[in-house]
Ligand binder design. Structure first.
Ligand SMILES: Nc1ncnc2c1ncn2[C@@H]1O[C@H](COP(=O)(O)OP(=O)(O)OP(=O)(O)O)[C@@H](O)[C@H]1O
Length: 251
């Protein structure tokens, strides 16, 4: 069996400082993501999706359990190991883009490489390669304020993959986009996933976005309650299956 890119074992997250009433958002949560897989995470509001992404991206630490990303046990990492991990192994796309307004698109895209001290020639080449992949060559000299939402998200996607991370994570990346831009972004994520064999983990409550995934994990009561696999289904048929599944869960 190939080693998974993500291996989450017995994960638990309980919130609440000393003296506060504890709240367990995730409990006994287990799943894996294979190399090159495109996986969606769905679940009702408050089911723990963002909590899970925060554990995977090391923004927060689990109360219990293990999270292994590309062979690194993130729960055991400290200091420089953590910052190296974030800079090299993962890429992140957020709903609200998180671009730095004072930097051009090109400078924003180059940030992950600048952080690891990449020589400027190598950086320029990587930025131009990723800009070609995402069809944003014309936008490189512009500032975020001069870009549309869809363009901003493509710049953010370029920044998330410029260092060729093993895992690309998205937290509702289409949430602030119109339907055309959302579709374009999802098509791009699919292309990146296929052509670069980059694993993608997408948190979404949107069945249309989820239908681009190969497999969807549904979180319920802080655990993986069920999952759907697309297999040979067309995206349209899988979309219908996701809708049916959501209908069944909410009854
Ligand atoms: N810092 C925190 N302290 C206490 N409780 C928290 C904290 N962050 C999240 N929670 C609780 O944990 C649960 C899971 O939250 P989380 O944000 O992971 O859900 P979600 O599935 O991403 O929701 P949504 O779809 O609404 O964004 C919620 O009940 C939330 O109130």
């Amino acid at each position: 069996m190939t080693t998974p890119i993500v291996d989450v074992h017995d994960l638990e997250k309980t919130y609440g400082k000393a003296g506060e009433r504890p709240y367990t958002a995730l409990q006994n949560l287990n799943f894996t993501v294979a190399p090159g897989e495109f996986v969606g995470i769905m679940g009702a509001s408050g089911s723990g999706k963002t909590t899970l992404l925060n554990m995977l991206s090391t923004l927060d630490t689990p109360t219990k359990g293990q999270v292994v990303v590309n062979g690194h046990d993130v729960t055991q990492m400290r200091g420089n190991q953590l910052s190296d991990f974030r800079a090299q192994e993962v890429g992140f796309i957020f709903q609200d883009f998180n671009l730095l307004e004072s930097l051009t698109a090109e400078e924003n895209i180059g940030l992950p490489l600048a952080l690891t001290g990449t020589p400027s020639k190598v950086m320029d080449q990587a930025i131009h390669e990723v800009a070609t992949t995402l069809s944003i060559e014309d936008l490189l000299k512009k500032y975020p304020a001069q870009l549309s939402g869809g363009q901003k998200q493509r710049v953010a996607a370029a920044r998330a993959i410029v260092h060729r991370p093993a895992l690309l994570m998205g937290d509702e990346p289409t949430g602030a986009l119109d339907s055309t831009s959302a579709r374009e972004l999802l098509d791009l994520l699919t292309t990146i996933n296929r052509e670069q064999q980059m694993s993608v983990l997408l948190v979404t409550h949107d069945p249309f976005s989820a239908s681009f995934c190969q497999r969807i994990l549904f979180i319920k009561d802080g655990q993986i309650g069920s999952e759907l696999t697309r297999g040979e289904l067309s995206r349209q048929d899988f979309y219908q299956q996701v809708l049916n599944a959501l209908g069944t869960f909410s009854e």
